[in-house]
Write a protein that binds this ligand. Structure first.
Ligand SMILES: C[S@@+](CC[C@H](N)C(=O)[O-])C[C@H]1O[C@@H](n2cnc3c(N)ncnc32)[C@H](O)[C@@H]1O
Length: 270
């Protein structure tokens, strides 16, 4: 049978740096935040993919996600997508019946009948221009099933600190559901530590009047207001700062199952 004709992948080859376990916390976040989406099997979700876009020079993060997410859904199909043909070739020895690696871009290289429940794109858009973010999201969103999620973010080289946009596919396309801040506390804790790993749509927006700037001002003030809790440990201080932030009117998720794992979920006003 002839191979299906594909349109040119949208995007460009960028640096391929990655590391083992770099995205462990992002996997943990998805498992805690929306396990039902990962487990869904009815209708179009029966074989719906988890896609890791831009897995880098080696496919470690894709393989690690596959193993972690299959604790919820043992038959979860996983697709790693790379725009660099050499990185796609290098990943082929790791493919199996449920795990595939294909050449592609923001317009995902799906086969006929394939559907997608979640797309994770980490440390990809940071290497693009800010004006390219919206079109990239739209292109990715076109492949998602209704209710599906796009987790698009930036981390430090070890994955100790990260910030991600969480977008949900709704009736009218993708909507920003939340911005997620993740830390394992290895670099300590201060709200300002997250600023260098803000995703591309926020990194140039740290100026007065911008919602992300005002959010950080509030978070820093909240952390200062509960500084006494720091004596109990960084984790306790992080939790207290989030609770204080909520009292100040910021829409943050104060569920302990997230905060105690170093995950702050902020729902910006639309
Ligand atoms: C820095 S690596 C990130 C690797 C991994 N996601 C991580 O966080 O460790 C970025 C990768 O994204 C790939 N990439 C960039 N634009 C892409 C696109 N439009 N579609 C698919 N892959 C893309 C690059 O080729 C590169 O290998």
């Amino acid at each position: 049978m002839p191979a299906p004709r594909r349109t040119r992948p949208h995007g460009q080859i960028t640096r391929g740096k990655t590391a083992r376990n770099r995205l462990r916390k992002a996997d943990a976040f998805l498992i805690l935040y929306d396990p039902a989406l990962l487990k869904r099997r009815e209708g179009d979700f029966a074989h719906a993919l988890y896609v890791d876009l831009g897995y880098g020079a080696e496919p470690f993060t894709t393989l690690e996600s596959a193993a972690r997410l299959r604790t919820l859904h043992p038959a979860l199909p996983v697709l790693g997508v790379e725009i660099d043909p050499e990185r796609v070739a290098a990943a082929q020895p790791y493919a199996d019946a449920l795990t595939h690696f294909r050449l592609g871009g923001f317009n995902l290289p799906l086969e006929k009948g394939e559907t997608v429940r979640v797309i994770r794109a980490f440390n990809v858009l940071r290497q693009y221009e800010e004006h390219e973010v919206g079109p990239a999201w739209d292109s990715l969103g076109a492949s998602l099933l209704p209710g599906g999620l796009l987790l698009e973010g930036t981390s430090d080289p070890f994955g100790r600190l990260w910030v991600a946009n969480l977008l949900r596919k709704g009736d009218t396309g993708l909507g920003l559901e939340a911005v997620v801040f993740g830390t394992n506390f290895r670099w300590g804790f201060e709200p300002a530590l997250f600023q260098p790993v803000l995703p591309k749509n926020f990194i140039h927006r740290m100026t007065p009047g911008e919602p992300v700037y005002e959010f950080f001002e509030d978070w820093k003030a909240a952390a200062r207001a509960v500084i006494g809790v720091k004596d109990l440990g960084l984790r306790q201080w992080f939790i207290a700062s989030a609770e204080q932030l909520a009292q100040r009117g910021q829409r943050v998720d104060v569920r302990r199952k997230l905060l105690s794992r170093g995950l702050l979920v902020w729902r910006p006003e639309r």
